[in-house]
Design a protein around this ligand. Sequence first.
Ligand SMILES: Cc1ncc(C[n+]2csc(CCOP(=O)(O)OP(=O)(O)O)c2C)c(N)n1
Length: 890
Amino acid sequence: MTGPGQRISDADPEETREWLDALEAVVKRHGKARGVFLLSQLEEQARQLDILTHALPYSSYRNTIALEQQAVHPGDVALEERITAILRWNALAMVVRANEAYGELGGHVASYASAAEIFEVGFNHFFRADSDDRRNGDLVFFQPHSAPGVYARAFLEGRLSEDQLAHFRQEVGGRGLCSYPHPWLMPAFWQVPTGSMGIGPINAIYQARFMRYLDHRHLAETAERHVWGVFGDGEMDEPESVGALTLAAREQLDNLTFIINCNLQRLDGPVRGNGQIIQELEGLFTGAGWNVIKVLWGSDWDPLFARDTHHALLRRFAETTDGQYQTLGANDGAYNQAHFFQLDPELRALVANMSLAEIDALKRGGHDLRKLYAAFAAARAHRGQPSVILAKTKKGYGMGGAGESRMTSHQQKKLDLATLRGLRDRFELPLSDEQVAALHFIKPAEDSEELRYLRARRAALGGYLPCRRADAPAIGVPPLDSYAAFALEADGKEMSTTMAAVRLFSNLLRDRTLGPRIVPIVADEARTFGMANLFRQIGIYSPSGQLYEPEDAGSLLAYREARDGQLLEEGITEAGALSSWVAAATAYSVHGERLLPFYIFYSMFGFQRVGDLIWAAADQRARGFLIGATAGRTTLGGEGLQHQDGSSHLAAAAIPNCRAYDPAFAGELAVIIDHGARSMMQQSDDAFYYLTVTNESYPQPSLPREAASQVLRGLYRHAVVGAEVRRASVRLLGSGAILREVCAAATILAQDWHVASEIWSATSYSELAREAAQVARWNRLHPLQAPRVSHLEQSLPGDTPIVAASDYVRAYPQLIAPYLAANFTVLGTDGFGRSDTRAALRRFFEVDRHHVVLAALDALARRGDIDRRSVAQALERSGIDPELPAPWTR
Ligand SMILES: Cc1ncc(C[n+]2csc(CCOP(=O)(O)OP(=O)(O)O)c2C)c(N)n1
């Protein structure tokens, strides 16, 4: 099997020519349809002969759009080229300046140098901005390390100052520009984060899909909007980049266009040195069902193709590997003449009348504004499929010997004077030698042709972008009691917190105002979490409705797909489901409509599996609920090592705007969901909520009203046991299902050891630690003022020993350790999970009631409050084997 770039030798060129001539003659005499018919017959015959296994899944190495079909560029190409040259220079100057001044700020020159024309065609002709009163513009994902080019343009547009450009990558102090697109850091500018390769492509697909969802559900008119994504060819190696391509085709997302900047290089070297990435991507995208438009060669190649009636060029292209294309790109006309055209007599003849300078100037398609325009126009007009433009470019275009198609071009950020002057001369930039040396930013006069053109083009497209907005009308949330009474006044009713969570948002779904704006999302686990009733109640979103009779039609839980279905059933793709969640969680910004997504998933497959997507969501100021269900390393009995989550809270704690909770009871959950819903739907806090819920069913107490505000702060006193005993007392902290082990331990402590316990439900160690750290910092910085006291210190003052037991690793409760005066013992679930019953797992991980008792007695004995023999007795009574190795070593 031959692959792209691998040689298919022509055993009989004479015979080949006869076949080609014959086909051409037929088309000339009888038309294209006849040609297509003959080819289809040949294809059928080839299948019969069993030789089609060698058919190539890609077309020849040339532009998809023939010259005759090429849309005419409607603008002033020469002027656009001048503007592009200025942008290229300013972007480069920004990076080089930062590195000259500080030596270690990084930044990239070569990527934008290769993408400049792609960006400019978009900016001048296609990327539409929102109107003032409506979000009807496009959403554009920019290649992250090409950010300097976007800044350079915003500078010409008057949106960024020279001072800001001079502070590229120097953000501390407030006037700098961030390295990559980060809505968190530049909230009025960047809309979507793309800095982590692969996240842009998958998020772009789901944003396009969510536009359809909003439209089909009559929540927003999105028919005019388009999603554009400019990505790198190296970036396409990421599984996330390619993981959702078929979804885009299946749902016919013709509101989506990828432009892949195929400069054939990534950071270290060629993307496919021994193959052809463009052909590989064409096969991939075509197979996935996309409309593929290749833009490989610039207009100056057209006359060559016109004369090359026997396809000598195409044969030679097919035989040239990307590693070789890179070398050709790095070298001059003489080298290209000798190492490309001279290799074939037909090619030699083809360029016989061209000078070496003309050969040198032959452009790749991705640097030709006319060719790119035609491709963008074709993509925008295409119906029924998403489109991908594969644009062949040169990395470091214009950087000459210092970076054009060089192996090291990605890292090149310090350019010598000769290179800078070479760039100035090549792009005819209006710069004196002194200005070149000073890396002067070029800003044409306000009434210059360049700025007038640039402004007029943007005005025609609705204004400037990227431009992030955050205004969205508030949405009412019904009173807590109206939908959560079952949880607040549970009065001992048995249920699991997963069940309570599903019931809470199912109740909210019935609210006339908020209900339609709730977006429940699952990755093939609705039945696991007891949500199957939603299939029928709210329907599963499917743009084609339901084209079959479901096997369970007529049942109360029938599997109902509908064009206006509300539930997003993503199938087995956590990355896809998370991307859907991001689209819904950022709808307030992208669409000016507040949506409230609940993505419910196996907690182990959240932060651990798609943590980087969650990090990007946080950057993007997502607002919504992530529900980690079947949580807790010992509470998810039976499933074992891969499924039992003991660490997600630690990951969540590291995300500054993630409010994470590990509630024990339905009432706590209700208070948290209510607070989160209000803060996201009515206020404008850029925070999202992560809640772990479990599948252990147990009696749920009613929640004391006064506890509500403390639940939100992370800690409240649930009970006091043995208040009458005077021997000694401890404080026991528990969360999630483990709180019940703590309660049982308190009873044992009182009955068997005459030790009193305060039992505290620690709903969030991360919230407690954050506030405590904030208070400690304030006190440190205000030495002469009355010290503040955190909720944690207020709740647990003094030196009464504290024992915390958690279903998560010990490092999670230990977040609060620095702020406690008392002795603090933490029991957690460090180690690999395994399948067994909850009781066996809790014993194994040493978080069951007996280990809590032991830890409490041990702490009291250390203080001298009780005799050490009591500890030994407790150990003996509980049957704990003291010689077992620690669980995290097993
Ligand atoms: C997930 C992730 N891994 C690695 C990087 C570091 N990185 C930044 S750019 C780059 C190379 C990009 O190559 P390509 O996509 O081909 O873009 P080009 O710069 O060549 O246009 C790498 C590896 C990253 N940003 N994200």
